[in-house]
Write a new protein. Structure first.
Length: 224
């Protein structure tokens, strides 16, 4: 039984440490800038948010309020994604060593713009490639060593979940002809990263109220 008591004690120590460390490590302007920069690098698009709040239980996470992901300039200037609040889980073990690393992402009721050009290219194909981001300012780069988010480029989160999303799909044809569709109640889970993004879920397409279920979808990401 002693080993069980030891395990419980260790878990309690980790929880208490997380309760103390998470607000100290995360609730600073510099770390907020690092989160935005890492998210931008991972998605290949500039990311900004109005404010941020922190939760510790059941797992450390930050809620990004007024979240907005920019469009790839090749496809337009309006935002690619907007939503009131997005939740990003923080990896616990790196936090306990003084580093901030992003985990899974949950987006509830986002408004997403999907654009297809006349030559078949889609704006979602450049997600995670870095094609739409600028080099971060020196003050926003993650410090090397034990602090900040660690060195190296950011990667897409292991999983991005979308719940009750709305998608405006625009297909630009030759001669200026444009077709528009709307997807309601999009529930999707995306995994993987460059060169291929996997997804599964369900959605409703309008006009027509066509319900679509996706079991094993894949999108090739443009490396350039």
């Amino acid at each position: 039984m002693k080993w069980l008591v030891g395990v419980v004690a260790a878990v309690l120590v980790l929880v208490v440490a997380a309760l103390i460390l998470v607000p100290i490590l995360v609730d600073t302007p510099r770390v907020q800038a690092l989160i935005a920069t890492n998210a931008s690098q991972a998605l290949g698009r500039p990311v900004k948010f109005r404010s941020m709040s922190i939760s510790v239980l059941p797992l450390p996470a930050v809620a990004l309020h007024g979240l907005e992901i920019a469009e790839d300039p090749q496809f337009g200037t309006e935002p690619f994604l907007k939503l009131e609040t997005g939740k990003v889980r923080l990896k616990l073990l790196p936090l306990l060593t003084g580093r901030v690393e992003l985990g899974d992402v949950k987006l509830t009721k986002p408004v997403i713009a999907v654009i297809q050009t006349a030559d078949g290219r889609m704006n979602i194909s450049t997600l995670g490639t870095g094609a739409g981001t600028k080099e971060p300012k020196a003050s926003e780069r993650a410090p090397r060593g034990g602090g900040g988010t660690g060195g190296g480029g950011a990667a897409l989160p292991a999983a991005i979940s979308i719940e009750h999303g709305l998608v405006a799909y625009v297909a630009r044809g030759k001669g200026g002809v444009t077709s528009q569709y709307r997807v309601d109640d999009l529930n999707l889970t995306l995994t993987g990263g460059a060169p291929q993004l996997a997804f599964k879920g369900d959605l409703k397409v309008k006009p027509g109220d066509l319900v679509v279920k996706i079991a094993d979808g894949q999108v090739a990401l443009d490396p350039g």
